[in-house]
Ligand binder design. Structure first.
Ligand SMILES: Nc1nc2c(c(=O)[nH]1)N[C@H]1C(S)=C(S)[C@@H](COP(=O)(O)OP(=O)(O)OC[C@H]3O[C@@H](n4cnc5c(=O)[nH]c(N)nc54)[C@H](O)[C@@H]3O)O[C@H]1N2
Ligand SMILES: Nc1nc2c(c(=O)[nH]1)N[C@H]1C(S)=C(S)[C@@H](COP(=O)(O)OP(=O)(O)OC[C@H]3O[C@@H](n4cnc5c(=O)[nH]c(N)nc54)[C@H](O)[C@@H]3O)O[C@H]1N2
Ligand code: SF4
Ligand code: SF4
Ligand code: SF4
Ligand code: FES
Ligand SMILES: [Mo]
Length: 897
């Protein structure tokens, strides 16, 4: 250690070169220096001066948070001069505002109040002339701004710009009138603010307030429970703040992977938990209507019907949909129940609609179908290639790392996307291809890389196989040829190729723009090709990184809620695996065939292949392609059980509806996109008569004659460990310290930050020679436009949860059809006009929104809104390998309604 020494309050202190006085003091355990404008992880500005200290031999007091420590310094943190200066600062702050602590939300956790108390500075009696007015804003339902309490510390501005990189606020009106402003000094609701609420979390006083928490409880009255976000696959660690059994606010926890950050859904999206529409009792269909029933009645019916179905048609006519929303423990039990008790491998979940192509593609090329690297590594990648992924809206906290890399660390960002999504602003290069032409674009880049000798020759020779075939195939994908297929100018393909290939560590980030195509698996294999070509797999900050969508979709796959594998991707067709599971589960004759996928089970109903479905935590009536047809199919079932937290479009079709608990009411684990297993903790008792999914499955199983007597979620996790090598080293106790990334094979293993180090999981990385192919349905004279579907920041999937949150609905209340100014003119459509969009499957009516995000010839519709369900229009064409539907391309026409 090359530490150096200084003296603080008479004590010799070692510090590391480069540390500030404040850091030196704190690392030596000296906490007498107060701070206000300082915040860990933000650049110090030295603006509030509360942290001043006296340094021997220096004329003026210096700010500890922004002054570098130097060897031999002699520092006093609480000298008379220092204390006088601090009192003065506190007095001025109190006098320049209106600090009526009695009814201030921050009372009890306000940093200014704490300092006034510590230095015994009373509230000034005549703080301000009575006519002083302060800016006050409460015209949105999420954040209140009360500048009578603002001390201009600038923490909100820095957190918004430096950490969230949302760039929504700044310090405006320099000098005497300075104030925190949005770009046009408008209210948050009319500004670029994306309501992540990070500024509120950073504010040391009561100037920024969570509106729904206002007057709900004092800080010391709130109970705090740390858990994992139930929305997207980032897996942010959050702290629920509860008054009684009501969630009043949500704070981000400073832990991996979010480091305190949240997005608007984790922050303001929890209204669903305590919502009056929650299912509170079981429902049973009588005379075509769902009516309330007791648990006994409902479970008796489910068991007798399942038994009847099994006897009458055999287990291979029964299917189960597991859920990427529920815990690992619950997914494990669902597939165990379907396999060991029902006796079928027809078990699947929404990963089929999502990353099935990723799992299939990467398992074939590398041997493991997960994100190779970790979220926080992104910030230090030399180049990030984001293709078919819109992280600013859909993985917002991952978006912050990418924006930090591009904007604050000057790394190269390449975006390949037909939509002008928000990351384009930060990109060195944006390639705008026609939808469904990604293989051509990447083949073109590989063509250039090989032609210019930029590929990793040694890496390819040592660690991969089948390179020659790819070389041969891409030889015809000259930039000019690719330009013809994709519309991307040849020069841009060359530039992107050079940027990616020359970076020492380049990371590929992809999502639904790559996976949801009839060539989804080939798209993913093409991503693996490119990464291997430049030696980017098996090293930090690089890799191939599919951003998994749902909170626990990685876990649902890991747990074997798939038709072909048990937990840990152990193939059901391997007799050794079957024998192992039979022994563990105490059963004989587990099914040996690969079951049907979700997208095969639904059309199989009308062909007589599926007679009953047990659906847990999925809403296929809205999320499936060509959903009118899917609904018709489900209506043809002989028996259908839906287990959900709300009466969804799918639940309405069921014979029995079972009320489940939300994430806030149960214990368990979720596995996030970077393979990190983290705890979910029960914060409140079940709402109504709802029960945790694992309990419901256990009770059905027991009634079916296969007792499941788990006392709690941890007991299930212990069983998972024994049969799943990649989870074997994890225990709830180990997870307490924050989470572990699989593979984690032994109790001493620290978990795996990035995969394929030294060698691919399958041995050698496998190249595939892949040709471009058109999407299943291309625009033509009748349906002249491309229709692509996806998501909005403020809504989530079929809206069952996000549409229960007041703030989210305020920002995104209804379906809008996004179209380019060019198309708007051609079809004589103005923003706000009602339009009818028609495809070969159906039609919907919604408002038009003319947007620069859309490219001419393509319209975009989010699939969140039941009253204008985008899946009425989409095509059920499937990728032949993994059976994912082509949600991202079909043909449509638009007209004023
Ligand atoms: N707010 C919010 N966040 C979510 C979700 C949500 O519903 N709402 N859902 C979660 C889930 S489950 C998932 S899977 C993820 C999905 O996250 P994303 O994949 O980021 O979301 P999408 O909006 O479906 O599409 C992503 C991008 O693909 C682009 N795209 C369309 N066609 C093509 C193409 O042919 N090629 C390329 N390269 N790009 C194309 C679109 O322009 C869009 O920018 O989000 C997760 N996070
Ligand atoms: N057009 C179009 N369609 C798409 C897509 C697209 O991009 N375009 N994307 C596809 C993708 S990537 C995905 S992942 C799918 C998602 O498709 P789905 O999984 O069907 O959609 P969700 O709305 O997430 O449904 C989850 C259900 O689980 C319930 N739920 C939440 N928590 C719990 C719980 O703890 N227990 C139980 N039992 N239930 C719970 C919710 O209320 C909800 O009904 O949609 C797909 N559909
Ligand atoms: S809510 Fe988020 S985006 Fe809006 S100003 Fe605060 S930090 Fe910035
Ligand atoms: S609003 Fe809060 S965080 Fe922002 S400058 Fe004022 S006191 Fe500081
Ligand atoms: S980024 Fe995802 S996990 Fe994090 S708060 Fe937002 S929705 Fe939740
Ligand atoms: S905390 Fe150091 S100047 Fe504000
Ligand atoms: Mo997804």
């Amino acid at each position: 250690m090359n530490n150096v020494t200084l003296k603080i309050d008479g004590k010799m202190v070692d510090y590391a070169p480069g540390q500030t006085i404040l850091e030196a003091a704190r690392s030596a355990g000296i906490y007498t220096i107060p701070t206000l404008c300082h915040m860990p992880l933000l650049k110090p500005t030295g603006s509030c001066r509360i942290c001043v200290v006296e340094v021997e031999g220096w004329r003026t007091l210096v700010t500890a948070c922004s002054t570098a420590a130097t060897p031999g310094m002699v520092i006093q943190t609480e000298s008379e001069r220092v204390v006088a200066a601090r009192k003065n600062i506190i007095e001025l702050m109190l006098a320049s505002g209106n600090h009526n602590c009695l009814i201030c939300e921050a009372n009890g956790e306000c940093e200014l109040q704490a300092l006034a108390y510590r230095y015994q500075v009373p509230t000034p009696t005549f703080a301000n002339p009575p006519d002083t007015t302060y800016y006050y804003e409460d015209n949105n339902s999420m954040i209140v701004r009360d500048f009578s309490k603002c001390i201009m510390c600038g923490r909100c501005v820095r957190i918004c710009n430096e950490r969230q990189v949302n760039e929504a606020i700044q310090i405006g009106y320099r000098g005497h009138h300075n104030k925190i402003v949005t770009r046009a000094d408008s209210p948050y609701i009319d500004s670029d603010c994306v309501f992540c609420g990070q500024c509120v979390q950073a504010c040391p006083v009561g100037a920024l307030i969570f509106k729904e928490a206002r007057y709900q409880g004092r800080p010391w009255e709130l109970r705090k429970v740390r858990t994992t976000c139930p929305y997207c696959g980032v897996g942010c660690q959050l702290e629920l703040n509860l008054k009684g059994n009501k969630i009043v606010k949500v704070m981000g926890v400073r832990a991996i992977p979010n480091e305190g950050r949240l997005c608007v859904k984790g922050r303001f999206g929890m209204g669903f938990v305590n919502h009056p529409d929650r299912l509170k009792t079981p429902l049973v269909k009588k005379n075509g209507e769902l009516v309330e029933a007791s648990w006994d009645e409902a479970l008796d019916l489910v068991t007798s019907k399942f038994k009847e179905m099994k006897e009458k048609y055999g287990p291979e006519k029964m299917g189960g949909f597991s859920s990427a929303r529920v815990t690992n423990e619950e997914n494990y039990l669902m597939q165990k129940f379907m396999r060991a008790v029902i006796g079928t491998n027809h078990v699947d979940h929404c990963a089929r609609l999502c990353h099935a192509s990723t799992v299939a593609g990467l398992a074939t090329t590398y041997g493991s179908g997960a994100m190779t690297n970790s979220i926080m590594e992104l910030e230090d990648a030399d180049c990030i290639l984001v293709i078919g992924s819109n992280p600013n809206e859909n993985h917002p906290v991952i978006g912050t790392y990418i924006k930090r890399a591009a904007k604050l660390k000057n790394k190269d960002l390449i975006v390949i996307d037909p939509r002008r999504q928000n990351l384009v602003r930060y990109a060195r290069l944006w390639l705008r291809q026609f939808p469904g032409t990604d293989i051509a674009v990447i083949n073109g880049m590989m063509h250039v890389i090989i032609a210019e000798n930029l590929h990793a020759v040694d890496y390819i020779a040592e660690r991969t196989e089948n390179f020659e075939a790819v070389k041969e195939t891409v030889s015809k994908y000259t930039p000019e040829y690719v330009e013809k297929i994709s519309g991307v100018p040849a020069a841009e393909i060359i530039a992107a190729a050079r940027l990616y290939a020359k970076a020492p560590a380049a990371s590929i980030v992809f999502c639904m723009g790559i996976t949801q195509h009839t060539v989804g698996t080939d798209n993913v294999k093409t991503m693996s090709n490119l990464a291997m070509l430049c030696g980017n797999v098996g090293i930090p900050h690089a890799g191939v990184n599919p951003l998994r969508g749902q909170n626990n979709v990685q876990g649902a796959c890991d747990m074997g809620a798939l038709p072909n594998v048990y937990s840990g991707y152990q193939a059901v067709t391997d007799p050794a695996n079957r024998a192992k599971m039979e022994a563990a589960w105490g059963v004989a004759g587990l099914p040996d065939y690969v079951g049907m996928t979700l997208t095969q089970m639904i059309p199989a109903i009308s062909e007589g292949g599926i007679k009953s479905l047990y659906i847990m935590g999925e809403n296929p009536a809205m999320s499936d392609p060509d959903c009118t047809h899917a609904i018709k199919e489900m209506q043809g079932l002989e028996f259908m059980v839906v287990q959900d937290i709300f009466l969804t479009e799918t639940a309405k079709l069921a014979d029995v509806v079972l009320p489940a608990c939300t994430f806030a009411e149960k214990d368990g684990t979720f596995t996030n996109t970077e393979r990190r297993v983290a705890r979910v903790r029960r914060a409140i008792p079940p709402i109504g008569q709802s029960k945790p999914d694992w309990q419901i499955i256990s009770e059905i199983s027991t009634r079916m004659g296969y007792p499941m007597n788990y006392k709690n979620a941890e007991e299930i996790f212990e069983e998972i460990r024994t049969v799943t090598p990649s989870y074997a080293g994890m225990t709830y106790e180990r997870l307490e310290s924050g989470g572990l990334q699989w593979p984690c094979p032994t109790i001493e293993h620290p978990g795996t930050q990035y995969l394929h180090k030294g060698q691919f999981t399958r041995g050698k990385g496998l190249f595939f020679a892949i040709e471009h192919q058109d999407p299943a349905e291309m625009p033509d004279a009748d349906y002249p436009l491309y229709l692509t579907t996806g998501r909005l920041l403020y809504q989530y999937h079929t809206g069952t949860m996000s549409r229960k949150a007041v703030g989210l609905n305020e920002k995104a209340p209804e379906c809008r059809v996004e179209l380019s100014p060019t198309d708007a003119e051609a079809y004589k459509i103005a923003s706000g006009d009602m339009v009818r969009v028609t495809s070969r499957r159906g039609a919907i009516t919604a408002k038009a929104e003319i947007s620069r995000k859309a490219v001419a010839g393509t319209i975009f519709i989010p699939f969140h809104f039941a009253e204008a369900a985008a899946n009425t229009l989409t095509i059920a064409a499937l990728d032949p390998v993994c059976k994912i539907p082509e949600f991202k391309v079909c043909a449509a026409r638009i007209e004023r309604a």
